[in-house]
Ligand binder design. Sequence first.
Ligand code: FEO
Length: 396
Amino acid sequence: MSFTVKNNVKWVGKIDWELDKFHGEEYSTHKGSTYNSYLIQEEKNVLIDTVWKPFASEFVNNLKKEIDLEKIDFIIANHAEIDHSGALPELMKEIPETPIYCTKNALDSLKGHYHQDWNFVVVKTGDTLDIGNGKKLIFIEAPMLHWPDSMFEYLTEDNILFSNDAFGQHYASEFMFNDLVDQSELFTECLKYYANILTPFSPLVLKKIEQFAGLNLPLDMICTSHGVIWRDNPMPIVGKYLEWADKYQENQITIVYDTMWNGTRVMAENLAKGINAGDSSVNVKLFNAGKYDKNDIIAEIFKSKAILVGSPTINKGISTAIAALLEEVTGLRFQGKKAAAFGTYGWSGESPKVIENRLKEAGFEIASEPLKTKWNPDNNAQKSCFEFGKQFVKKI
Ligand code: FEO
């Protein structure tokens, strides 16, 4: 499959409807994904990125239907992560001398992955590549969006930014253009992708958008490496990135808990009732971390102005589901969010304090002392949870 993106630019990637986990088992992809590769055929022929390794043969065979591989003048490897570079070994067996344009950091990552001395050409921000017919590609390094090696390029005359991971989504669609798909699904996947992958690099996102805006280049389309192509006014997704990168929050409080015999769940539900009584405008959401998808919970935390995290005490510690979630949240370095901890216990009761310490390490501002309940919450304990929630929302 291939299709025309604009003029002499074609999409030659792979739509992966079956993908349900990405980054190993780290990221849930309920709606599949795509690995976008682009072929530009002007006086010079340029291939931008490839696809994930399992689809390498399919990719090269399809590419042969589009172009005699010997006629590819330049390959651009924007990023060495194998969802984009995975078909390079198969391709380079056929055209071993073709130059691969990449950043200096990509020399390290590409060689580290494939242990090959291909014909690398290192480029930096502002370097250009003349591709004929009055068009050129302008390279823009984009370190940490998503790896140190990442790079964008801009195609003049067609006014297309090839942004690699940035502005992408794990979202399979045969439509492949932003204006043709369900907008709610699209932006839900965009936000989840930003929250789970790009949040730690938010200051760099803001700087990169500012740098690109400073170049005063007309922008008609953004061709990402995952999901749909932004062809119909790409500015809304750029606007969303500006919002998301700037300590994003909605009027939402998320309660995440785990429970063994329902005591901590009862606490969570009464906390929610208290929050609602304290401020009914707040969107309160509850998630059992043991049952609900981790990455979807992270997207909800990203949207929240505050969170409450609860676990029963287990062997003087916390549940594995809450521990795993907090480990990931710590790495994501959310900013400007408040939090508190809660949990049930039978005898020693360490869990709320353990959670509070993890929340502090993760950069949350602790808004209330932790709340704990011995054994199952009785009516009085449930009232205490209700009051805690009511007071908590007033401190946010
Ligand atoms: Fe889509 Fe960072 O690779």
